[in-house]
Structure formats: C-alpha cells, structure tokens
Design a protein around this ligand. Structure first.
Ligand code: NDP
Length: 265
C-alpha cells in the first residue's frame, strides 16, 4: 500500500496535537500513513484543498465544522443529525463525513457514575453535538449561554435553555464548560454568582479546554470537586477518527496504546 496522507484543517492550527497523536499511532501500528496540519482560511475551499493535497482523510477544527458538513457526499446518521463534521474520509472519490467529538466526549465522561443531570455552560458547535449524544444516552441536559442567539437551535430541539439573565439555578450532577472562555484568557464561562450556586451541589466539574487549568476548573477545585479537563475528549475523538481513517483495522485499545503517548511527551 502506498503511503496515505492525512491532515487537520483549521484556523488557527499551530497549537493542534492531532498530528502528533495520529503519527504516533501510524508509526506504532505500522500503518503507512502520514498526518500534517493545514491552515485553511476559507472554509468554502475545503473540498478543492482536500483533493489538491491528495489526502485520504482529514480532521476539521474551528471554524470549519459546518463547511466540512457541507462538503461531504455521504454523512453518517449522527453527523447528519447534529449538522457538524470533524472527520472526513475519501472513498472512491467521495467524501464521507463523521462526527467523533461527541462519542469522544461521551466516553471521556463515562467514569462519572450515577449522573443524570448535566448543565452545559455554552451553546456553540461542541455543545451542539455533545448535547444530542448525551440526551440519546438518557442524560438531562440544560444549556446556559451568555447570549440568546445560539440557544435557538437548542430550544427548537427541546432542551431546557437559559441566558445569564433568565437562569434560575437548579441542582446538576455535572457542570461542564463548553465555551472557549479560559482558552486564551482568564475568563469564567458564566458570572461567578451563578457558578457559586451550581458548583457546590455538583458531583464533578468538567472543562472541554485542555492543556491548562482554566479559571473554571480552579474555582471548582476550590470547592473540592473532582475535575477533568478536555484531554481525554481530544484523545478519544482522535482514536475514533483513526478507526475511520484506517477502515476499522485496529481496535480502540490498540490505537490508544500509541496515541496516548502524545499526552506524556
Ligand atoms: P464556538 O465558537 O462554536 O462557541 C463558543 C461558545 O463559547 C459560545 O456559546 C459563546 O457564547 C461562548 N463564549 C465564548 N467566550 C465566552 C466568554 N468569555 N464568556 C462566556 N461565554 C463565552 O466554539 P466550539 O463549540 O467549537 O468550542 C468550544 C470549546 O470547546 C473551545 O474551547 C474548544 O477549544 C473546545 N473543544 C475541545 C475539544 C476537545 O477535544 N477537548 C474538541 C472541540 C472543541 P456566545 O454564543 O454568547 O458567543
């Protein structure tokens, strides 16, 4: 088999761990693949760029997951349902689209037992796909966002929603930061007065941001809550993408052995 080329498309893209994760797995498993990063500025050019670079598969990150969805010829049922694609594989000239963020997130939180109610802070693309998979699995998800606009779609899909102004705090087993607050700044994802009502009664607090302790996780720790950042989500979405890239030739655990090394280098 000649070497297959893969990449991650996004903007910005220099910080991405995906090339390291996938190349470690290709090398460890002896698969003839090579994974690079590509800064894609214009999402409309995703398809022509993919074929121009002679790629076999890509991951897509901010801000192109909707463009990726539109570029696909075939969508798996979950990607279709949530309207966001973060993994594309070329098969016989057609682009097949998948969403691995949501199943990756679901696996990442599976260690938290006896959880029923979840409060999402944030209503962006990541909240969109993960809220649907959690609901499919029987969790009750409430979505709190600083502004009204992005809440519309959640409301239409029957989720409980609120803005900071309309929120009447309840009790939630998990409180999860799904915003980018704390990523490149020191902001909390919601006003401190709200967080100080929902964190004390939570079983655990989770942040999808990885690689740093965010102000949200610091606050949760000050209440002695178990906390978790977004590293496992990143790892698991990558493993599931790798399964698609390689035609499910390897098991989840076989891929994990090599891919997880990206987090200890
Ligand atoms: P989007 O741009 O789609 O949405 C951003 C959300 O954050 C919106 O709800 C926005 O609110 C909110 N927000 C941004 N800044 C603030 C702030 N200062 N205070 C309160 N709310 C704020 O982003 P994504 O959904 O694509 O990504 C969200 C996060 O998830 C990012 O940090 C990203 O890095 C992370 N992520 C992690 C992954 C992993 O594998 N660990 C995978 C994918 C994403 P508003 O609607 O009012 O603008």
């Amino acid at each position: 088999m000649s070497r297959q080329l893969f990449a991650i498309f996004g903007d910005p893209i220099s910080h991405s761990k995906s090339p390291l994760m996938h190349n470690l797995a290709f090398k460890g498993l002896g698969y003839a693949g090579c994974y690079n990063r590509y800064r894609l500025v214009e999402g409309e050019k995703l398809k022509e760029t993919f074929f121009g670079l002679k790629l076999k598969g890509i991951n897509i990150t901010v801000p192109h997951k909707e463009h990726a969805y539109n570029a696909c010829d075939v969508l798996d049922s979950f990607a279709q349902k949530v309207g966001a694609v973060n993994t594309i594989v070329e098969k016989e000239g057609k682009l097949y689209g998948y969403n691995t963020d949501a199943p990756g997130f679901l696996k990442a939180i599976s260690e938290f037992r006896e959880v029923k109610t979840v409060l999402f802070l944030g209503a962006g693309g990541t909240a969109q796909s993960t809220s649907v998979i959690l609901r499919d699995e029987g969790y009750e998800v409430t979505v709190l966002n600083r502004s009204e606009g992005r809440l519309k779609r959640f409301k239409q899909e029957g989720f409980e929603t609120a803005t900071f102004e309309t929120f009447g705090p309840g009790t939630y087993d998990l409180v999860i930061n799904m915003t980018s607050a704390g990523l490149e700044d020191e902001n909390l994802p919601a006003p401190k007065e709200i967080l100080e009502k929902v964190i004390p009664t939570a079983k655990a607090c989770i942040d999808v941001i990885y690689g740093k302790e965010t102000p949200f996780l610091k606050l949760a720790k000050s209440y002695k809550k178990p906390v978790k950042d977004g590293s496992d989500m990143l790892l698991y979405q990558g493993i599931i993408a790798f399964e698609h890239f390689t035609g499910h030739r390897y098991t989840f655990d076989e891929i994990k052995v090599y891919m997880q090394k990206a987090f200890i280098l």
